[in-house]
Write a protein that binds this ligand. Sequence first.
Ligand code: SF4
Ligand code: SF4
Length: 187
Amino acid sequence: MRYIRLPRPDPTKLIEEKIALAEELFEVWGPGLKEDPEIAPLLPLYKKAVEASNKAMEEAGTFKECFVCTVEEGKGCCKIGLENECTVLILLLNLLLGVKFPKEREVPGRCFFVGPLGCKILARPMLCRDYFCLRHYKKVPEEVMAHITQVLHEELMLLHQITRLIRHRLESWIGDFLMELDLTGYT
Ligand code: SF4
Ligand code: SF4
């Protein structure tokens, strides 16, 4: 039996299009979003939550393990295509937090956002934050992994809350249903 293989979208073109749309939305609606009485107070809380998650992972040694896996062993899981886990709303949140996006993929075969010091964006999708391979589970005690998950919960909850609010605001200002801003777009 023959199967028809549908062409998969080019991941680089897709993320470039999503970045362009996020930047366009930021230019027009960024000031309004930054001053929004519900969104504005959540931005510093989200930054603090990301720092708390990073601290928990640093203390548990998962950052170091990922560094060894990626840099010393040349493996790592920030592969090409994964950048598209970022929805337009997550990209827009990064812009609201002052992140500047790279103009091109720096490391061939790797995620668009990988740089020499690791990930270049601040607001990262759930898959990037809450994925720990077997290697971690073998090394890190169960209660420590449970602690990381608990700390991460705050960050991921805020990510969901802020992106949902951004979409609601844009929908009410633009007067359209903007579901595509919430899709990864590469499956
Ligand atoms: S999560 Fe596992 S596979 Fe991915 S970079 Fe870390 S150690 Fe490597
Ligand atoms: S953590 Fe950053 S570099 Fe790694 S896949 Fe996610 S967005 Fe890409």
